[in-house]
Design a protein around this ligand. Sequence first.
Ligand SMILES: Nc1ncnc2c1ncn2[C@@H]1O[C@H](COP(=O)(O)OP(=O)(O)OP(=O)(O)O)[C@@H](O)[C@H]1O
Ligand SMILES: [Mg+2]
Length: 344
Amino acid sequence: MSPYDSDPTDRLRADPVLAAAADGEDLAVDAALRPKLLDEFIGQERVREQLSVVLQAARKRGSTPDHVLLSGPPGLGKTTLSMIIAAELNAPIRITSGPAIQHAGDLAAILSSLTEGEVLFLDEIHRMSRPAEEMLYMAMEDFRVDVIVGKGPGATAIPLELPPFTLVGATTRAGLLPPPLRDRFGFTGHMEFYAPAELELVVHRSAALLDVEIDPVGAAEIAGRSRGTPRIANRLLRRVRDYAQVRHDGVITKEIAAQALRVYEVDERGLDRLDRAVLTALLKLFGGGPVGLSTLAVAVGEEAETVEEVAEPFLVREGLLARTPRGRIATAAAWRHLGLVPPV
Ligand SMILES: Nc1ncnc2c1ncn2[C@@H]1O[C@H](COP(=O)(O)OP(=O)(O)OP(=O)(O)O)[C@@H](O)[C@H]1O
Ligand SMILES: [Mg+2]
């Protein structure tokens, strides 16, 4: 079983439009579209400015920078930024993730093989095991780990010095990090959703890299449906490019973007099939609510976690759905969005 099996956001990855890696080609393209340096990174002004000071200061001192924590929703550029950090420091990067570290020994093996100045990227750091977390505290603070040799009463701890390294942790759930771990990061960057104008820049940049011709209104059309998320903007761009190439002459205009996204069931506001199914059930079957999460999930034939973690955050953010102690309710905007009349 893969450590990701129980993660409801897998649904997002499995969705043909939104998936992180729909196929091999998409995977390769994803890597090709990642900005490599801080200057190429669009948006996130605050994090970018803060980070650039941290990195420049470290370079000037000729030492490793403080450990960095990047937090924020999926697809906003945490992995991209971690690679940029290594590139800006001219340092090698080692990539691993919380779920891949089951035992403290796994972490000890990684830490003890780091070279001086290396960047260790720990994705989904909130999903690391407790014993590994405790080992990490010491490694972050003192650049030291205790390797336990043997079992039971005869076990001994052998201290091991580590070369100075920079930990870059990424998490979509900063709230789940134990405070002692959170406090050991010298810098935390909170990633925000992107403004439509920033996503337009992302779309133009990616289109140029993919060698696709797109007009500014076409880019705005895609950006407007991308839920403030560059990963989704890139994905929608690729699907629209396919459509433009198969059904038209390959040039992306507003009209072609709109047609293509209708085919992929992404509406003007960026709602996909699941989002619309949830809203439709809430409105048509339950009169707008309140209705319990599990009932709503059964009505759309999905797991409760999928509805809660994949569909709802965006619906809540858009002001279409509210979570109340009595259950989920639709807002007046939800009725309007689906072209229905709210009950009086
Ligand atoms: N600021 C940006 N400018 C241009 N492209 C970006 C930017 N941020 C992210 N992207 C693009 O979006 C894609 C997703 O970014 P990334 O993988 O870094 O997100 P993430 O925050 O690590 O997501 P997850 O939480 O799912 O791991 C990347 O392939 C990259 O091309
Ligand atoms: Mg990532």
